[in-house]
Design a binder for this molecule. Sequence first.
Ligand SMILES: Cc1cc2nc3c(=O)[nH]c(=O)nc-3n(C[C@H](O)[C@H](O)[C@H](O)COP(=O)(O)OP(=O)(O)OC[C@H]3O[C@@H](n4cnc5c(N)ncnc54)[C@H](O)[C@@H]3O)c2cc1C
Ligand code: FES
Length: 540
Amino acid sequence: MGNIVTKDKFIGGGGPLVQVLDAAELENDKPQQVQVKGPDGATTSLLLVKHSTPSPAGGSPKKSSANGEVITALGSKCPHYGAPLVNGHFEGGRIRCPWHGACFSTQTGDIEDFPAIDSIPCVQLRQEKGKIVMPAEQLKLFQSRTRELLTKEVRKQRAHATEGHGNVVIIGSGGAGQACADELVRGGFRGRIRVVTSDAALPYDRPKLSKNPAAEFEQLALREEDYYKAAHVEVILGTSVTSVDSSAKTVCLKRNGSDETEEIMYQTLVIAPGASPVKLPLPGIESTDSVLTIRSLADAGRIAAHIKEGARLVVLGGSFVALELAAFARGKGAAVTVVMRGQVPFETSLGPEIGAKIKALHEVNGVVFETGTSFQVIYAHDDSREFKEVLLTNGKIVEGDVCVLGVGATPATEFLKETHSNWLDEKGFIPVDKNLRVNGTSKEDEVFACGDATTFPYRTGFVGGSRVNISHWQVAQNMGRAVGKAILAAEAKKEEDQTPFTVAPFFWTVHYGKSIRFSAMVHHQCLSLSGMPAGMGSES
Ligand SMILES: Cc1cc2nc3c(=O)[nH]c(=O)nc-3n(C[C@H](O)[C@H](O)[C@H](O)COP(=O)(O)OP(=O)(O)OC[C@H]3O[C@@H](n4cnc5c(N)ncnc54)[C@H](O)[C@@H]3O)c2cc1C
Ligand code: FES
């Protein structure tokens, strides 16, 4: 494999060709990973797919052989965390990543579902004398896991962006806000894009915070700083929106740590502020600075600073985030006590059986559980604001050096309460319609909302027809993208072509290197256990 076979014109390129595989070795609809040697001797890993029937997902690709097959070469690794896509699920011209469910068209490489945020390289191949071949030149495309989002055309469009063509203000730079800005860029939006965020750092991978709170920004950044400059996306960091005036179409901004405020105008407003972790009003909580919560990179840094060999971490709550932090702390040699009301973690989402296995996994790794109880009073040391101990409702005292509350989050919509309480439900969520416009607003208001702060009409599954809040990274991203598409459709005056928002929710959580993933909306009574990986409790 990898010999240069001929010089020829090719779909999308000329120059020498390399042999990729004997055509007979590639079966229809069975993705295969191959190593291809280029003229310089370097090896490139490709994912080959022979499509028996071109799917509508791929448009109308050229045929690779006389009998109508379409053969494509794609990047073999998922751009999210690098999973081998060959182990993913292939169906209907799409491949779904085996690790966290990102989905790509195998005919174009286009990204179709998050949490990956970029498309993968893809070229069409053809057969010559029983061999699958490609121009050697095209191997270069596979040096990167991703396909360039900022193509020449997109750069040009964005360079000429003006407020005359639209003025979008996005509140929040999390999963939803980032995906919305990306979609506007990808779609060649010609207007101004501003992202206002109370976060001090450019958009980053929030789910990693509890899996590795010690991670540096560089390990978490979703995109490099240069991207925002080249895409003409203005990210206003460390700044909170304090109120919205929808009649004047303005938002009021306040730089964190300053009293100065500023008003900016928008034409289209996207509200994506996510959620704030619950800080319980417990007696004694104000006496210490080491009872912490986690939502932002700064929060994670504060927690990581306490976690070292021999430190004692007390966690309140049996949430995914709480137990991921517990696993991280055990990995660093800290002692961990988890205090929770229920008997097993994740009982409401995964049910008692799976919850018990996960608890056992943590116990095997040295976590101590105090179940059926909660915090009653928090005590700091007499001579400092350091956490000392907590009295539980069962009368026990747990000592520690740092305490993390992992007891859920509430929508971060406080800033809407004064002027737009009519946009909020009784729990502070923002109900949106099927196109993610804020309920009660008109087309002319141009106000959308997305992400953890919202509830939206869910159309399928056991909750089909009801309104839901799904606080998953990939759901927030999908909502953000849908809002981006809606804004592009409005700009192109093609709103009637828009399809209602829909998503197949996917969530993952990682404990001691073991990943638990679940998809769709299911009630835990529908879940059954047919085996557990080694190390999860007594069964394997
Ligand atoms: C530690 C942790 C681990 C997680 N792990 C997973 C996981 O493994 N898998 C998974 O699917 N999900 C996970 N989640 C959930 C997932 O991160 C959220 O569902 C997702 O981040 C929601 O996206 P969002 O854009 O709605 O909100 P966020 O990502 O929270 O972003 C909200 C943004 O709005 C900003 N903001 C808030 N208020 C204002 C304001 N007034 N003015 C300006 N800016 C404001 C914030 O600074 C932030 O930038 C995790 C969450 C946390 C906190
Ligand atoms: S590695 Fe593919 S979705 Fe995470």
